[in-house]
Write a protein that binds this ligand. Structure first.
Ligand SMILES: [Mn+2]
Length: 239
């Protein structure tokens, strides 16, 4: 593992982010790199969840390092949800402000009997359609209710739309893993850079709430000048 001056496990290249998050319930350190899949190290204390995060990393070509611990003696809920929050926040931060990306993508992933579909729009707005009906409440000690909680937390913090459906499938392990793989494949396409795009693929001109709230200084100046010029051309009469 390469540890650089900024304490990140990744070399200093690519769109990346590091999130450290600590509450009374959980403690999470997470690094994500959208362009460098060389790191995949996941430890949450929940074996099946580690398996799913590793699938997201491998098939999404997303470099991922997660070290998470928490109140598993209470329930797995806090930890799974908080890793979703951290991953979503890292995703949004790693994307940065240059959002000349493919933006829309979809993928199907089969795993033996199960077939899942994920459709994403890295839109700057959060929406989850969750269409998984899982056969069993537990897989390897993992509470399968938490699949939804994870995706909801991820989507909310990454500010993207994800429509996730299970077309068919019987085995719960396969159902969930197919869903994670489909999401991984769709994300990998959606974040792909499109440098040839002159601008962000949006009629609004932005996919970032931050950019919308803080327009470039030049743009503000130009807008102010235009307003002043317009006012000069047609002075308003006072009433
Ligand atoms: Mn598996």
């Amino acid at each position: 593992m390469t540890i650089k001056g900024d304490g990140m496990a990744f070399p200093e290249a690519g769109r990346r982010a590091r999130i450290a998050r600590k509450t009374r319930e959980t403690s999470i350190e997470l690094e994500l790199n959208l362009d460098d899949p060389s790191v995949c190290e996941v430890q949450t204390g929940i074996g099946f969840f580690d398996h799913m995060l590793a699938a997201l990393s491998k098939h999404g070509r997303l470099g991922l390092r997660v070290e998470a611990s928490g109140d598993l003696h209470v329930d797995q809920h806090h930890l799974v949800e908080d890793v979703g929050i951290a991953l979503g926040a890292a995703f949004r931060e790693a994307l940065g402000d240059d959002l000349r990306i493919r933006r829309f993508a979809h993928a199907y992933a089969p795993l033996d009997d199960a077939l899942a579909r994920a459709v994403v729009d890295v839109s700057g707005r959060a929406y989850l359609h969750y269409g998984l009906k899982l056969a069993r409440p537990l897989v390897g000690g993992f509470d399968t209710d938490l699949v939804r909680e994870f995706f909801q937390a991820f989507v909310s913090n990454a500010a993207l739309s994800l429509h996730l459906d299970l077309l068919h499938g019987e085995n719960t392990h396969h159902q969930i893993e197919a869903a994670f793989k489909a999401t991984a494949l769709a994300l990998r396409e959606a974040v792909r850079r499109e440098p040839a795009l002159g601008e962000v693929p949006s009629t609004k001109g932005t996919l970032s709430e931050r950019a919308a709230r803080a327009p470039a200084a030049g743009a503000t100046k130009a807008a102010t000048a235009a307003t002043a010029a317009k006012a000069a051309r047609s002075p308003r009469k006072r009433r």
